[in-house]
Ligand binder design. Structure first.
Ligand SMILES: NC(=O)c1ccc[n+]([C@@H]2O[C@H](COP(=O)([O-])OP(=O)(O)OC[C@H]3O[C@@H](n4cnc5c(N)ncnc54)[C@H](O)[C@@H]3O)[C@@H](O)[C@H]2O)c1
Length: 366
């Protein structure tokens, strides 16, 4: 993407930039001419996803002393905040982890931003803030009724941002992602986490021969084929939405909340059928019972982001999403060869290293 599409660039700190979505945003930001510094504790992120030449500071965003040093050294124009914990089932089992790592750590991060004079932030929110929506498509004004600690921790963070922006010279855009899927079309990034419950990741593992089968949870929903319908957004389109949101704030845009989706949905069975067509053989699955808390259908109304950010997706096509995800899945064993290649990690000052996690390569690839 050209720098001209969204205007002039500056410097940005990307928290969680070694993760799935953050790494795609780093690529999009760099393609758009932004100077990027990644902050990540590598708790689920991977050094494989950090492009060569992009500085990485390893540490926790909730560590104010560490973040203050990063901000003092890098003096960014804005922060793009992806860092967080993302598993809904884990959030039910370990709610305090989610309130700490998503909400409390974000409070500390924003406090550190204010102290450093950083007045712009993009936040990774989620359709989980809507809970089980009664009306489709879901607009930003739909009722906010999260049904698990993950969704609540994200909604609490949105509210903290809103109150902070009302009381300080500080503006933000919270992007509510629907079902994020796919991989960088050039093969530079993708999802590396193991045991993902993300449908397209699981289906791609199946198509690439990396798992023997999968379970479809329920075929008795009131949908065309009885399986759940979701609005899948290609991760590279989502990455570009962050570039657009950042430029919007740089140009003086007001704080806002925006859905990120395509406004159309695909059923679980249609995803399996399409992935089978791409891989040339039917994919094996077993039929299971419904899971608690799975709405039959969740589809975004993306009008606001299209209008306010002039964002227009480039990969709004299930075939493209699946092809990129399957190609990435097939490339994973090759990527494992880069395990030792971590020349762009910026060593921490000794006193900060003591406060931060010890740098290590996350064992997501074997
Ligand atoms: N994946 C999705 O479908 C989806 C949907 C909606 C919202 N989101 C949100 O998008 C963001 C990114 O998700 P993802 O799928 O890329 O997950 P991910 O786990 O791949 O990325 C999260 C990154 O943040 C880092 N991190 C976590 N806690 C940290 C901390 N306290 N300090 C520093 N680094 C930390 C991890 O090491 C990882 O690199 C998350 O905030 C998530 O809630 C994701």
């Amino acid at each position: 993407m050209s720098k001209d599409r969204y205007g002039s660039a500056g410097r940005v700190v990307v928290t969680g930039g070694a993760g799935y979505i953050g790494s795609h945003a780093v690529l999009a930001l760099r393609d758009a001419g932004w100077d990027v510094v990644i902050v990540d504790d590598l708790s689920t992120g991977s050094l494989h996803l950090v492009p060569r030449g992009v500085p990485l500071r390893i540490g926790n965003i909730g560590n104010s002393a560490f973040m203050a040093t990063v901000f003092a050294e890098t003096r960014p124009d804005a922060v793009v905040h992806f860092a967080g914990s993302i598993s809904v089932p884990e959030s039910v089992e370990r709610p305090l982890k989610y309130y700490n790592n998503n909400f409390a750590a974000s409070c500390r991060l924003v406090e550190t931003c204010l102290a450093a004079g950083i007045d712009k932030l993009i936040f990774s929110s989620t359709a989980a803030v809507y809970g089980i929506p009664e009306v489709q498509p879901v607009t930003e004004d739909s009722p906010l009724r999260p049904i698990n600690p993950y969704g609540r921790s994200k909604l609490m963070t949105e509210e903290m941002l809103k109150d902070t922006a009302a009381a300080n010279p500080f503006r933000y855009v919270a992007l509510r992602y629907f079902n994020v899927a796919g991989a960088d079309p050039k093969g530079r990034a993708g999802q590396v986490v193991k045991n993902s419950t993300n449908l397209i990741k699981v289906v791609s593992e199946l198509a690439a021969g990396r798992r023997p089968g999968m379970t479809v949870y329920g075929d008795d929903y009131a949908t065309t084929d009885g399986t759940c319908i979701r609005d899948f957004i290609h991760v590279s389109d989502l990455a570009e939405a962050h570039v657009a949101a950042l430029t919007y704030l740089m140009n003086g845009g007001a704080s806002d909340v925006m859905n990120c989706g395509y406004g159309e949905g695909y059923s679980v069975k249609s995803v399996l059928r399409e992935a089978g067509r791409i891989s040339g053989h039917a994919l094996p699955y077993t039929m299971g019972a419904r899971r608690a808390g799975d709405p039959a259908q969740v589809i975004s109304d993306p009008s606001r982001i299209r209008e306010r950010l002039s964002w227009s997706p480039r990969y709004a096509n299930l075939d493209l999403i699946l092809r990129s995800a399957i190609a990435w899945e097939k490339s994973l064993p090759v990527l494992a060869g880069r395990e030792e290649d971590a020349a762009n990690v910026v060593p921490l000052a000794p006193h900060l290293a003591a406060m931060s996690r010890v740098a290590r390569i996350h064992p997501t690839l074997q």
